[in-house]
Design a protein. Structure first.
Length: 334
């Protein structure tokens, strides 16, 4: 049997649909950033990112069209207002590309994990390789610029140790033990992503054209800031440095380079993606204060995404992904 002649499954169509919509949103932001970046090395990486996605986009469209599904609208040049003033510094742009590349790496891995057809698996392998290349490039350049934020360093113990008391799970009222290396993975990861969300919310709220979108973005900035403070306090209590903020990398421009649809979608995507990372952090936490903080954060993010959903639907900006056939409705037509 020729595997490439198999019809794509619902999961495979779903991943292609998501890759297209999320990819076109990020691509518009990249196109704006490449137009304002002055540093030639940073600009070159963005130019590579744009070319890479253009190649991937064509392949995604081919997959979707060959299965008879409509290609999503996603985002296009109508969501980009050209020749607008600088909204971000070059360094923020580079950090943005690095964080979004991390999202891409994790997204491609998920897409590959649910893909069966060989041509689709080969496609996601190539996407993964492209993302890995971009990941290395952004880190190397951030290190060269002295702007890469490394996680806290630990001093090694002499011997392996076993957990010996209930204190290992305590974290309230100054009791218990310090953070473990495993717990710091998620805390640091989530902090960096929350800092990105907060910074973008600040920038987008400055330039949003409608009152309701501006209010959502302002509220999102406050929510991200609250979460940053909570996790930073946990780190600082153990005398560990928290990642620095990027608010000063946003200019005072109030002239929007993006449609409100794009900005609103982008922030909603970041809050939705954060749920996966906070869930992973919750699963790896063994200190009760961390567990409680993650649970509160997840609930708060659910409230944010509900408001986001309502606003997107209200403005007719939220595309509907492919749905399973409604057998009851089909039967009624007979």
């Amino acid at each position: 049997m020729d595997e490439n002649k198999l019809k794509l499954t619902s999961s495979e169509i779903g991943t292609l649909w998501g890759e297209y919509v999320n990819g076109t949103a990020t691509d518009i932001v990249n196109k704006y950033m490449v137009s304002i970046i002055e540093d030639e090395a940073i600009k070159a990486i963005f130019e590579d990112a744009i070319k890479t996605f253009e190649k991937q986009k064509k392949q995604i469209v081919t997959f979707i069209e060959n299965e008879g599904f409509p290609v999503p609208i996603g985002f296009n040049d109508s969501d980009l207002f050209k020749d607008k003033p600088r909204l971000f510094t070059d360094i923020f742009c580079l950090n943005y590309l690095h964080i979004m590349t991390l999202h891409g790496l994790l997204g491609h891995s998920t897409s590959l994990a649910v893909s069966v057809r060989k041509d689709l698996r080969d496609f996601y392998d190539s996407c993964d390789n492209d993302a890995k290349k971009m990941y290395h490039q952004t880190i190397e350049l951030l290190l060269e610029k002295g702007s890469f934020q490394r996680d806290p360093l630990f001093y090694p113990a002499k011997n392996p140790e076993f957990i010996s008391s209930q204190d290992f799970t305590d974290g309230f009222f100054g009791k218990g033990r310090t953070l473990s290396a495993v717990e710091i993975i998620s805390i640091s990861f989530n902090l960096k992503k929350s800092i990105m969300t907060k910074t973008l919310s600040i920038a987008f709220s400055q330039v949003a054209q409608t009152k309701e979108v501006r209010k959502f973005l302002t509220d999102s900035e406050k929510t991200a800031d609250e979460q940053i403070k909570k996790f930073s306090k946990i780190m600082q209590t153990d005398n560990l440095p928290a990642p620095k903020s990027w608010e000063t990398e946003v200019t005072t421009s109030t002239d929007s380079p993006f449609s409100d649809k794009l900005m609103l979608y982008h922030i909603g995507f970041l809050f939705q993606a954060a749920q996966n990372y906070h869930g992973a952090g919750l699963a790896s936490s063994m200190r009760m204060d961390l567990v409680t903080t993650y649970e509160g954060t997840i609930l708060k993010n659910l409230m944010v995404t509900k408001k986001w959903y309502n606003l997107m639907v209200q403005n007719k900006w939220l595309e509907q992904p492919p749905l399973a056939p409604n057998r009851n409705e089909i039967a009624k037509k007979i």
